[in-house]
Write a protein that binds this ligand. Structure first.
Ligand code: MN
Ligand code: MN
Length: 317
């Protein structure tokens, strides 16, 4: 694994770097929600259908197949919040990174009647309810992006203990998704987030992210994203290619997110992941106001509160 600059002992971080870390972590989480809310409008559309209906889709107008309110988010954001909740609960109860708490959080999320839920997620939650098993059997035919889309809180919680990123990411993933490509992508995006959150300069962070992406492609050539194959489905390979293509082409937040969601397909999830990476790079202060202002207030508050609590958890280590 290529490594960026070593992370200083977490509790030795100066106040200014803590404030910067919070801004970047919040930028990643709000960026995820913005990409989700923006992309959901055009989820399952083709790029041609999007062009016909919107020209370039860039306004948070809601609608889509889920008939959302403007600024309303979907499972990508709400499952992340559920997972983050479980991580905080684990810390409070002296059961750090307890996968049983994560599975229970997904059950509560499901019982709260989320606006959408992927088939693989539903199947995994139903299996847990029926059998109590926190890991499903390997699913070679099913490399969905559902574990990747919700892993941000794990990256935040393990910031002070990077060696925990991989095992905790895979544990939460396997509750619903058990596939080598899903595992590899989920861990790689977590590593990219770590690099983006702790960078000294943006160029260095991007170089590290590219090295992580190269390493992923080396191990699993299916992820090759250059030249961009032009598919943006919920298959984790298509999702990763779409997000990396747009993020590396234009790491500017607005350009990356607009470019990504206009590929259509699983646009809320690709949008969420592009928003997460680009938001970590630019920080919350630099997020476009016109989108941030449209995001549901309750979502914004839950994200802000959870980001702060997860960083406190990470830095207490
Ligand atoms: Mn969704
Ligand atoms: Mn989706």
């Amino acid at each position: 694994m290529p490594e960026g600059a070593p992370l200083p002992a977490a509790n030795a971080l100066a106040a200014s770097s803590r404030a910067q870390l919070f801004d970047r972590a919040l930028g990643a989480y709000l960026g995820l929600a913005i990409g989700d809310a923006l992309g959901a409008t055009v989820e399952f559309m083709t790029p041609r259908e999007i062009r016909h209906q919107y020209g370039v889709h860039r306004d948070m107008v809601g609608g889509g197949w889920l008939r959302l309110k403007p600024g309303q988010v979907t499972d990508d954001t709400t499952m992340s919040l559920a997972l983050g909740e479980a991580l905080l609960q684990g810390q409070q109860q002296g059961r750090p990174f307890d996968v049983g708490l994560m599975a229970e959080a997904f059950v509560r999320w499901w019982r709260g009647k989320p606006v959408d839920c992927g088939n693989t997620c539903r199947r995994g939650i139903m299996r847990y309810l029926a059998e109590g098993s926190v890991q499903g059997p390997p699913q070679p035919g099913d490399g969905g992006n559902g574990a990747l889309m919700r892993n941000l809180p794990v990256a935040l919680a393990t910031l002070g203990a990077p060696e925990c990123l991989e095992p905790v990411s895979i544990a939460q993933a396997h509750i619903t998704h058990h596939h080598p490509l899903s595992d590899a992508a989920t861990v790689a995006f977590g590593q990219m987030l770590h690099a983006l959150l702790r960078h000294k300069e943006p160029q260095q962070a991007l170089t590290t992210c590219k090295a992580i992406a190269d390493h992923l492609v080396e191990r699993f050539p299916k992820f090759r994203y250059q030249p961009y194959p032009g598919r943006a489905t919920g298959y984790v390979v298509d999702t990763v290619q779409t997000v990396l293509h747009h993020f590396f082409a234009t790491p500017d937040f607005e350009a990356a997110v607009v470019g990504t969601v206009n590929e259509g397909g699983d646009a809320d999830t690709t949008g969420a992941l592009a928003g997460m990476l680009a938001g970590a790079l630019c920080g919350a202060q630099a997020l476009p106001r016109r989108w941030l202002g449209k995001l549901e207030r309750s979502t914004r508050m839950a994200i802000t509160e959870q980001t702060s609590a997860l960083l406190a958890l990470a830095l207490a280590a």
